[in-house]
Design a protein around this ligand. Structure first.
Ligand SMILES: *Cc1c(COP(=O)(O)O)cnc(C)c1O
Length: 387
């Protein structure tokens, strides 16, 4: 429930019961062979797992070390997010829930939830800030095609953090039949541990695959961090090993900074202790404790907090927080496209951009988690390069 002093269950009383009910149900399912069989079957035949661990020989030559890519961009839906939504969808189903609600910022988690809603037969409603709905029309349409309803959120900054608040409000009065499907390894207990567990399939596969390919574990692993689910997913099975774990946050903003907007999404690097969405963690806040709006060219890294387990692992020194700014991310985006014929998500491009800027930190053998594919980002990159 806690990771050092981080984590916990800092929620209004109305949310304690659904959270504890969920924690209890998940604890039981964790030990159920039947649950794992069903999940494994969906991960294999629906999501397309295992994903390859690809030796990037051109990028390796360029950086003078062996670089492997964990190809989460090949998961159905185009990112690692489905690992978590499938897992939670099955939990909800077994708990007898008939409705899913979720928050979404860029729309990627909303789409991954809509996929599961359609496939497992839930009524699905997605909370999304009005500003984000305008910015992410394609994802709104994808969700609707798959039968989900998108509910506009008009409170606050009308973006991701407000959508989470609305979803939590909904859940407090509907939990009897509704599951709240949180999209990253953050929030109140049990979400950080549960989401990490569902994403750990990334690291478990990678561990097997690198051992087979190289006969040893890597010197380092690089992953980008929004809330921390793809990073925790690939890190978790390596926590006890001598492997350098590098967590790359969005570290940069161009022009237009105001007092209400942090100039980055770097909660591990620049955040301070505070409570966000039910957990004590590191967050971007003003001197009065008001949440700052985060900024990154990659919408999926745009969360003003970070999961409590990563906050803890960074504090103990087990995970090393690093930063890549917009420019480094665009460089990584172009490099992977050009060198390997793989267009990464702008989020993942932060991990690549960091690796390119500090190759010495990687050691001789590294794995970079390519958390998603970049088709969704083409317009953003074209606009960035023309500005
Ligand atoms: C959502 C997203 C992220 C950030 O979320 P985490 O929970 O930090 O993994 C990273 N990469 C891609 C492709 C995403 O869609």
């Amino acid at each position: 429930m806690k990771f050092g002093r981080y984590g916990g269950l800092f929620v209004p009383e109305t949310l304690v019961q659904p959270l504890l009910e969920l924690a209890g149900a998940y604890e039981q399912m964790k030990n159920s062979d039947e649950f794992h069989r069903e999940l494994k079957n969906l991960l294999k035949n629906f999501a397309g797992r295992p994903t390859p661990l690809y030796y990037a020989r051109n990028l390796s030559r360029e950086l003078g070390r062996k670089i492997y890519l964990k190809r989460e961009d090949l998961v159905h839906g185009g990112a690692h997010k489905l690992n978590n939504t499938l897992g939670q969808g099955l939990v909800a189903k077994r708990m007898g829930k008939t409705r899913l609600i979720a928050e979404t910022g860029a729309g990627q988690h909303g789409v991954a939830t809509a996929i599961v809603g359609a496939n497992l037969g839930f009524e699905t409603q997605i909370y999304m800030g009005e500003v984000d709905i305008e910015r992410q029309k394609m994802n709104v349409y994808r969700m609707q095609l798959m039968g989900a309803e998108v509910i506009p959120v008009r409170s606050g900054s009308r973006t991701l953090k407000d959508a989470i608040n609305e979803a939590m409000r909904d859940w407090a009065s509907t939990f009897e039949h509704t599951h709240y499907l949180l999209g990253t390894a953050a929030g109140a207990h049990p979400f950080p541990s549960m989401v990490r567990d569902f994403q750990s399939v990334i690291g478990e596969e990678a561990r097997r695959q690198i051992s087979e390919a190289e006969g040893r574990l890597p010197d380092s692993i690089v992953a980008c961090v929004g809330g921390g689910s793809n990073a925790m997913g690939i890190f978790a099975p390596f926590l006890k090993d001598r492997v350098r774990l590098l967590a790359v946050e969005a570290g940069g903003r161009g022009p237009g900074k105001t007092d209400k907007i942090a100039d980055n999404g770097a909660s591990l690097g620049y955040g301070t202790d505070g409570v966000l969405h039910g957990a004590l963690t590191k967050i971007l806040q003003d001197p009065y404790g008001q949440i700052l709006e985060s900024y990154s060219v990659a919408a999926g890294l745009d969360y003003p907090g970070v999961g409590p387990e990563l906050a803890y692992l960074a504090e103990t020194g087990r995970v090393h927080p690093r930063m890549a700014d917009d420019k480094a991310a665009i460089r990584g985006f172009r490099a992977l496209s050009r060198f390997e014929g793989i267009i990464p998500a702008l989020e993942s491009a932060h991990a690549i951009g960091y690796a390119m800027s500090e190759p010495e930190a990687l050691g001789e053998l590294t794995i970079i988690n390519v958390s998603g594919r970049g088709d969704k980002d083409l317009a953003t990159v074209m606009e960035y390069e023309n500005s």
